[in-house]
Design a protein around this ligand. Structure first.
Ligand code: DLL
Length: 433
């Protein structure tokens, strides 16, 4: 059995990691200055040259890059390598504005796949595993990234992509898949379909799942682990920085190690831009240290989380990020109260409802309305109106305790909310339409 573990990097001391980051940052800033006129101009506007950057301590002097910069510079404005040296593009789904097109040299692909291989290894994967990749393939980074990582680990790789759920289950069973990679909402759907097919967790060979690309709660993790009979690990990443594998969960299952040899993470106040100390919640900002074709410095992700440097039981020393509780642009402001969809999910799952729900926000007579459609399980389903009303009231009370505001809850029949094979769309904000 072979493991793709890199203890010399993944368990390096703080001083060793910092020394590597210092050296790589200085080189990367020079690379960007010489090759990306867009960022050079931003540095010049701040009166900076590469000579001002000696170590990570100088990082805070450098200007941020935002999604808006990516939009302005689309498609080639942030390219850091000649096009003839690029071998691939990937692109975001474009749910929040214009598509982002990211470029990769072969070396960029190698380091990305290396990060994904670390994630599979941390979830217990070895060359004896069979890894089914049910993330979408194509422009989305989920499929290609984990596919490459799975090859590096030496797993037998099943590139099913997403969709055709019964066939997914057939492959898992017939080819003895031990690791499943897909979005958590698709994992829940696969689990639901297995149940409907009369399959119990012990009839499914899976032992682990690597789920990410969207926010998911601890409650959803427990529900998926139970339905599929597996350990469910989180994985984080974004197209702008490569794709999945920027950070991944280990056996401790309480936060994701950020691959600090490739990325520097900072947490900032999303309003003032001030850098916040570890342990404080704020917006995650990344500097990519090794990518050459699309080398982003101080990129504002809009994801909200906390960094922790507490010692991890797995032995890895790289800083951990908590599950992002959502993006700054996912946060709903309803009647002046900040609401994250993940808070709503926590209440629903704690009360035994499935992960199938939809949040509808509107403005009626100048007042925001929050309407939550929640699917009943087949066991809950009834035409007894008294029972339904009591259930709805119980949810309204639970949501009020969590959010501090009153929502309208409508229980709907099993299977009436559309299932997701990729990233689930749970919020419909009609105020924005
Ligand atoms: O979602 C890359 C990915 C693929 C990650 C497969 C993990 C697994 P984008 O489509 O560019 O890339 O979307 C990036 O998705 O800024 C977060 O808001 C969100 N996101 C990604 N992973 C997680 C996660 C891929 N584990 C955006 N938890 C990011 C919460 C996540 N949100």
């Amino acid at each position: 059995m072979e493991r793709y573990y890199q203890p010399e990097i993944e368990t390096a001391s703080r001083q060793e990691i910092l020394a590597l980051q210092d050296e790589r940052l200085v080189k990367q800033v020079r690379h960007v200055w010489e090759n990306v006129p867009y960022y050079r101009k931003k540095m010049e506007e701040k009166g900076l040259t590469p000579d001002d950057i000696h170590s990570t301590a100088d990082l805070c002097k450098l200007p941020f890059l935002s999604k808006e910069d990516l939009r302005i510079a689309y498609p080639y404005g942030l390219l850091g390598a000649p096009l003839k040296d690029c071998v691939r593009i990937q692109s975001t789904s474009g749910t929040t504005g214009k598509r982002v097109v990211a470029f990769y040299t072969q070396a960029d692909i190698d380091l990305w796949e290396d990060c994904c291989a670390r994630a599979i290894t941390a979830a217990g994967g070895t060359n004896e595993d069979v890894c089914q990749i049910s993330y979408g393939y194509g422009l989305f980074t989920g499929g290609p990234g984990l596919n490459g990582g799975s090859h590096k680990v030496g797993c037998l790789t099943i590139p099913t992509s997403s969709g055709n759920t019964e066939r997914q289950i057939m492959f898992i069973r017939d080819l003895n898949a031990t690791i499943l990679c897909c979005t958590p909402s698709y994992a829940a759907y696969i689990g639901e379909t297995m149940k409907e097919m009369g399959l119990t967790p012990d009839q499914i060979p899976l032992k682990a799942g690597i789920f990410g690309a969207e926010a998911w709660s601890e409650e959803m993790r427990h529900s998926i682990e139970e339905t599929l009979g597996i350990k469910a690990y989180d994985i984080y990443g974004l197209t702008e920085l490569s794709g999945p594998g920027v950070a991944f969960e280990c056996s401790a299952q309480n936060g994701m190690h950020i691959n600090e040899d490739h990325f520097i993470a900072e947490i900032i106040d999303p309003v003032t831009g001030e850098v916040l100390p570890d342990g404080t919640q704020g917006e995650l900002v990344f500097t990519s240290l090794t990518k050459k074709a699309f080398p982003l410095i101080r990129y504002r992700t809009r994801d909200i989380c906390v960094l922790s440097r507490e010692k991890c039981s797995c032995g890895r020393t790289h800083v951990k990020m908590t599950k992002p509780r959502g993006r700054t642009d996912d946060m709903l402001i309803i009647r002046g109260v900040n609401v994250f969809p993940s808070q709503i999910e926590t209440v629903l799952l704690n009360k035994g409802y499935p992960v199938n729900y939809q949040i509808l926000v509107d403005r009626v007579n100048n007042t925001d309305t929050l309407d939550i459609h929640v699917e009943m399980t087949p066991e809950m389903f009834t035409d007894n109106m008294g029972e339904i009303t009591a259930r709805q009231k119980d949810l309204v009370d639970g949501l009020r305790a969590m959010l501090g505001l009153t929502a309208k809850v409508t229980l709907v029949a099993p299977k009436s909310i559309v299932r997701s094979e990729g990233k689930a769309v749970r919020v419909i904000d009609k105020r924005k339409i």
